[in-house]
Design a protein around this ligand. Structure first.
Ligand SMILES: [Zn+2]
Length: 471
């Protein structure tokens, strides 16, 4: 089926410029790049840095430029003029500020829904998730993430659920849908020791022919002839910076780039092609915690996965790579001051996330212990007054349960203290309504216009792959 016929068949994304723009009709022959852009995408790899504000993208590039001499792989696509790019309006049905479930559902189901749901309208109508559409079209499909594999962003491409919170139920839904690779965290939703119903989901996946892997070594050695379920931690995977500075974690937990490579290796020889979602989920969690080391190092881990995808697309020119985020979060930025350069560069010497710092402090800690822990992790000294203020916040009994901060650790105060030393500031600890950056590389990238709605991406992916929206 050619693209022209596809338009007739009712794509909602029917304004392909090369077809409808009379200025292009019969014009000069397309050069090779244009040809590559407009051919059919057999494979799609979509990489989502969850909760990535523009400042996060910028700071990761600045961080890499100043440390390594070259910026991020994502922005290198722009520097080399290799990608198309646009802004995307991510509003959900009930709010200009989306959550990850409604955001992923807008791409996954092609409809805006209320925050908190997965491909389910307020009246209960179910929208078939896009990875199921691609499976029906004969492709392989999978997801890899640094948060539970049952979390909102992968789930929004894969299942219908009234609520994102039913992660144990989402694990069961995955089992019935025969996805080809699913890897991330989330042991608590698969292990019989952790699940309320005591069901051994690992055994169930193994019974269906999955290779089940739980460590980095097992993952790297996994047989790519079989579908793979990989679960490497109870909840989310550790932050990249904490993993990199802990031998045990580095040995047991794969990087996002390694998972991406494995997923590609598993699916690349499939005659009908494949679709893969890659999520840097903890960029969002770090933003909720105003945790700069968690944020920048996980964004660079996402960027390493971008390189894996681009390298594959460079040698397989029937592969469309989409790089984006689902919403802003806490909108960090580097702020001006006489020491801005030096302060920002000091992040290069950080050894651990704020989560690591604060989880190691308790009511029983001494002022000296707090000061030593922060100096070890961040390479600067806090004052006695600041250490006392941190300690005091452990004494306050908190009643509210936070989704991303169940222990109510003093993340905000820690970021305020750090700001004097690293010049990074945050507007809040929550999602923001920002239009988000989206970039495309490879066949179908010509379909991206400078400003799109989140739901447009659903139809764009189907159109790029020339999969009819008939299911
Ligand atoms: Zn999100």
């Amino acid at each position: 089926m050619n693209r022209r016929k596809f338009f007739k068949n009712g794509s909602l994304f029917a304004l392909g410029a090369s077809v409808l723009n009379p200025l292009n009709a019969g014009a000069t022959p397309k050069d090779f790049d244009t040809y590559k852009k407009s051919k059919k995408a057999k494979n799609i790899i979509i990489l989502v840095s969850d909760g990535m504000s523009t400042g996060t993208l910028n700071m990761a590039d600045l961080y890499l430029s100043r440390k390594m001499g070259t910026g991020s792989n994502w922005l290198q696509l722009y520097r080399d003029n290799k990608a198309t790019r646009g802004l995307m309006d991510m509003a959900s049905l009930n709010s200009i500020v989306t959550d990850s479930a409604a955001a992923s559902s807008s791409w996954g189901g092609g409809f805006r829904i209320n925050n908190g749901g997965l491909n389910t309208s307020p009246t209960g109508e179910k929208h078939l998730p896009i990875w199921q559409k691609f499976k029906k079209a004969g492709k392989m499909a999978g997801c890899v993430t640094t948060v539970p594999i049952t979390h909102a962003t992968p789930a929004g491409f894969c299942v219908n659920s009234k609520t994102r919170k039913d992660q144990a139920g989402i694990a069961e839904k995955y089992l019935g849908l025969n996805f080809d690779i699913m890897m991330g965290g989330g042991n608590e939703y698969f292990s019989p020791d952790k699940r309320e119903d005591k069901v051994d989901m690992y055994q169930k996946f193994a019974n269906k022919g999955y290779e089940v892997v739980k460590t980095r070594e097992q993952m790297l050695a996994a047989n790519t002839k079989k579908p793979i379920l990989g679960v490497f931690s109870d909840g989310g995977l550790p932050y990249t910076i904490d993993r990199n500075n802990d031998k045990e974690l580095a040995k047991n937990v794969p990087t996002l780039a390694e998972m991406t490579q494995k997923a590609i290796d598993r699916m690349k020889n499939h005659p009908e092609g494949f679709v893969l979602q890659v999520e840097a989920g903890k960029v969002d969690w770090a933003a909720h915690g105003n945790d700069i080391a968690g944020l920048i190092y996980d964004q660079t881990a996402h960027d390493e996965a971008v390189k894996v995808a681009i390298d594959f697309a460079d040698s397989n020119d029937d592969t469309l790579v989409i790089i984006t985020t689902d919403h802003g979060n806490s909108n960090p930025g580097t702020i001006s001051g006489s020491n801005a350069n030096k302060n920002f560069d000091s992040i290069q010497n950080y050894k651990h996330s704020n989560e690591w710092i604060l989880n190691g402090i308790s009511r029983e800690s001494t002022i000296q212990q707090i000061k030593e822990r922060i100096e070890y992790a961040n390479n600067f000294e806090v004052t006695d007054k600041e250490a006392i203020a941190l300690l005091k916040s452990y004494a306050i009994i908190k009643t509210e349960d936070g989704l991303y901060n169940p222990r109510n650790l003093p993340f905000k105060l820690m970021a305020e203290i750090q700001k004097q030393h690293n010049s990074v500031s945050w507007i809040s600890q929550h999602h923001s309504s920002d239009y988000v950056e989206i970039a495309m590389y490879g066949p179908g990238s010509d379909l991206l216009k400078p400003f799109i709605k989140n739901t447009d991406l659903h139809y764009l992916m189907l159109e790029a792959a020339e999969v009819e929206n008939k299911f």
